[in-house]
Design a protein around this ligand. Structure first.
Ligand SMILES: *Cc1c(COP(=O)(O)O)cnc(C)c1O
Length: 637
């Protein structure tokens, strides 16, 4: 630890403060020069690339913030660890089945992401899960026949079913998971008509309930899955068509982000009981599909907190394999192929949202000026409170300060003091709160009600992004993601801030941050420097955030950059995609940009005729309007 003298801050101090080595999973770390790095393992060794350097590369190519940075190596690495962890558990425990992962397209449907999963995943036979017709089209167009499996969940109409059946002829393995009793007759009819036997799965509604943010998807009241009586009906119907051999897969999904390994185990155990009895009923089962739920440790705490998880990937795999074996072995039933539909854990790590800070509001003005005797008595009282603060009267001083401040506000409303006096009183009040906050922070016996005072004085850092577009779960379900500056980590971050976005919605903010001891309301940041950009990163945003986002205030899709890191430490910009232009977002809400330009042109022309502007001024205005239409929806430099 530091001893006397000037405090010296190192990247190691920052690593501890922001917990990057806990949530970073080895993919993110800090370098000696204070930069956040992206790390990738190669056979030759580990390579780290500095995020500020990646940003420099984007800037020199004219790419504006905010940018969603995708790191392809990380996506590949996550597919690898998922497959290899299962393979390891299977061989260690002597399991006699294999593992087949499928990626649920809904978790990140972006073409580039799905193509990379299909390309890289093919060596493991990694497939795709489709929950809708559109997603089935993506799966068929992206996977090769004979490679990864396609598992179809969700409601399936006759068109969906016909297409899926015909794809079997091409050599795709398409499984229809029956989610409702009405689906089976549609499938049977199409199958007879086309003369193609379907591959079927059953989705069961497990009684096991899970804790966590998505607990609603589990238990008796879950909206998905067949009840036991619907399962019996389905079995009877299949038997009557002599088609029990088509029923090959048993599926359940307990919900996303399951933080507690106990819930995962009890889900598998219950599903195995169904598996045993379906086999006894004559179903030709061979696949047990556990759905998603594999969690991401967003705060790095390794606990059963809803945005963490209390298990490693190896434990997850071992527990699943072990539970299946101990349940099926006494029944003499063959080990099934284990299928999981891990979405979140596969893609979360591979995307980082990067944005610059545009402005800061601080609630302090340094030492407030002296209050002279001509000021109102209440202001002089407030000044006395400030000078009289001691460790024993904190609560009393705070109460007095609130009282005087409120009285002064009343006087202003009644026109009895001027704006300058009001402003002076606010500065005095903030200074009082600051001194009290400092005292309470250093005293072990802080009066109740005074803790949290410092949070109320936090700076507001305005970030060039939209929570609604890029981090919808922060707004919708109060999810926490790791957030931190991506540079300057050899400097102590002496300010505390909340992050506001540039929508004009008061919900457009981040004011819950990860902390090893629970959540915190403010983020430690560095003071801005003149003429020097300051960048923050929001990490682990690859799952669900991209397409759940909306066009609040017509902030559109951000620019996206994909990089691939090379073994020699260099990196390539694989793909750059421009975010929405203003014309794009206007057309999403049914405006016609050309028509808007035309309407504006007519207004300007009218002004020329009336002699209010010159033709040259008209020209310049139209050029600005036109350039704006083609521009980015975010703050441009
Ligand atoms: C959403 C979903 C998943 C993905 O779950 P994750 O927790 O993201 O892995 C898997 N299967 C089904 C049926 C889903 O609806």
């Amino acid at each position: 630890m530091k001893t006397n003298g000037a405090p010296h801050w190192t990247p190691a101090d920052s690593a501890e403060l922001y917990g990057i080595r806990n949530w970073g999973a080895g993919y993110f770390d800090l370098a000696e020069d204070g930069a956040v790095t992206v790390n990738v393992q190669f056979p030759e060794g580990r390579v780290g690339v500095s995020i500020p350097q990646i940003i420099e590369g984007m800037r020199s190519r004219g790419m504006q913030m905010p940018v969603l940075l995708r790191i392809e190596n990380i996506l590949d690495a996550q597919i690898t660890v998922l497959n290899e962890s299962f393979t390891r558990a299977i061989s260690t425990l002597g399991y006699r089945g294999s593992f087949r992962g499928v990626f649920p397209i809904k978790v990140n449907q972006q073409c580039q992401v799905i193509e990379e999963i299909a390309r890289f995943g093919s060596s493991y036979g990694h497939g795709l899960e489709a929950g809708s017709k559109a997603e089935l089209l993506i799966a068929l167009a992206t996977l090769q026949p004979g490679s990864g499996h396609i598992v179809c969940n969700g409601y399936k109409d006759e068109e969906f079913v016909s297409l899926g059946l015909q794809a079997l002829r091409l050599g795709y393995r398409v499984t229809f998971v029956i989610e409702t009793p009405t689906e089976l007759p549609i499938i049977l009819e199409a199958s007879k008509r086309l003369g193609i036997a379907p591959i079927l799965g059953l989705r069961v509604k497990l009684a096991s309930k899970v804790s966590g943010a998505w607990s609603e998807s589990s238990g008796d009241r879950s909206i998905f899955g067949l009840t036991t009586s619907q399962i019996v009906q389905t079995l009877d119907l299949l038997r009557s068509h002599n088609m029990l051999d088509c029923l090959q897969l048993l599926h359940y999904h307990l919900g996303s982000q399951i933080p507690n390994i106990r819930d995962i185990r009890s889900g598998v155990l219950e599903a195995c009981r169904y598996y045993v009895d379906l086999v006894r009923e004559g179903a030709a089962l061979g696949y047990l599909d556990l759905g998603g739920g594999l969690a991401v440790d967003y705060d790095g705490s390794q606990t059963n907190y809803e945005y963490s998880k209390n298990y490693s990937l190896d434990e997850y795999c071992t527990d699943i394999v072990e539970t299946i074996m101990t349940t099926l072995d006494p029944e003499g039933i063959e080990h099934p192929v284990i299928v999981t539909e891990s979405g979140r854990a596969t893609v979360a790590y591979s995307s980082v949202l990067l944005f610059n800070i545009l402005d800061v509001t601080s609630f302090e003005g340094g030492d407030p000026p002296a209050v002279d005797s001509s000021e109102h008595e209440l202001l002089r009282n407030l000044a006395d409170v400030l000078s009289g603060i001691g460790s024993k009267n904190l609560q009393e001083c705070f109460n007095d300060a609130v009282f005087y401040r409120d009285e002064i506000r009343e006087l202003f409303k009644r026109g009895q003091i001027r704006l300058r006096s009001l402003s002076l009183s606010e500065r005095l009040f903030i200074e009082i709160v600051r001194v009290i906050a400092r005292e309470t922070a250093s005293s072990r016996r802080a009066p109740p009600g005074l803790d949290g005072l410092e949070d109320s004085l936090a700076d507001i850092y305005y970030g060039n992004f939209s929570v609604f577009q890029s981090l919808p779960d922060v707004w919708a379900i109060e999810q926490v993601f790791p957030v931190m500056p991506v540079h300057r980590h050899n400097e102590k971050p002496v300010r505390q801030a909340i992050i506001a976005d540039i929508t004009c919605d008061s919900d457009g903010k981040i004011d819950r941050f990860i902390d090893p001891r629970g959540l915190r309301k403010t983020l430690p940041v560095h003071p801005l420097r003149e003429n020097e950009p300051y960048y923050l990163g929001v990490f682990l945003v690859g799952a669900y955030q991209e397409t759940l986002g909306d066009l609040h205030n017509l902030m559109g899709d951000t620019n996206v950059v994909s990089i691939r890191i090379n073994a020699d430490g260099s990196f390539d910009f694989i793909r750059e995609m421009d975010g929405d232009s203003i014309a794009d977002v206007l057309s999403y809400v049914e405006y016609q940009p050309q028509q808007l330009l035309e309407q504006f042109r007519r207004t300007a022309e009218g002004a020329v005729r009336a002699g209010r502007i010159s033709p040259q001024e008209r020209q310049a205005m139209l050029a600005s309007f036109d350039a704006s239409l083609r521009g980015y929806t975010y703050f441009e430099e």
